[in-house]
Ligand binder design. Structure first.
Ligand SMILES: [Zn+2]
Length: 119
């Protein structure tokens, strides 16, 4: 059974919202522990402490990316997916759409990444 575009968007929004709500609140930031030569992503309240390992492992971009995509971003993305799902054209949309700047297409691309990766 085919899932409608709006359903795909709502499913992804719900998954994202639940995961964001369960995660340590942001903001998250990248930190370097110069004494131990390790890189971390930490939360402002100090309860999150992701160790990316030795500073020489070229993981700075990964740490900065994780810090950037904290639960606040996830919650905002969930709101956007829900907003697109309520669009009067969401369920009229098809994968054949080639309209430049189609926000349903953009939202579906995000939703499919989330829905495909949900565990
Ligand atoms: Zn479209």
């Amino acid at each position: 059974m085919a899932t409608s575009p709006a359903d795909e968007l709502r499913t992804a929004a719900q998954t994202l919202r639940e995961r964001a709500a369960s995660a340590t609140p942001g903001p998250w930031r990248r930190e370097d522990d110069q004494r131990r030569l390790e890189r971390f992503v930490s939360s402002e309240n100090g309860t999150l402490d992701i160790n990316f390992g030795y500073l020489g492992n070229n993981n700075q971009a990964d740490a900065e990316y994780v810090a950037l995509m904290d639960p606040g971003v996830g919650a905002a993305l969930a709101d956007w997916l829900d907003a697109e799902a309520t669009s009067p054209v969401a369920d009229l949309h098809s994968d054949a759409c080639r309209e430049r700047g189609c926000t349903i297409n953009a939202a579906l691309a995000v939703a499919r990444q989330i829905n495909g990766g949900a565990q």
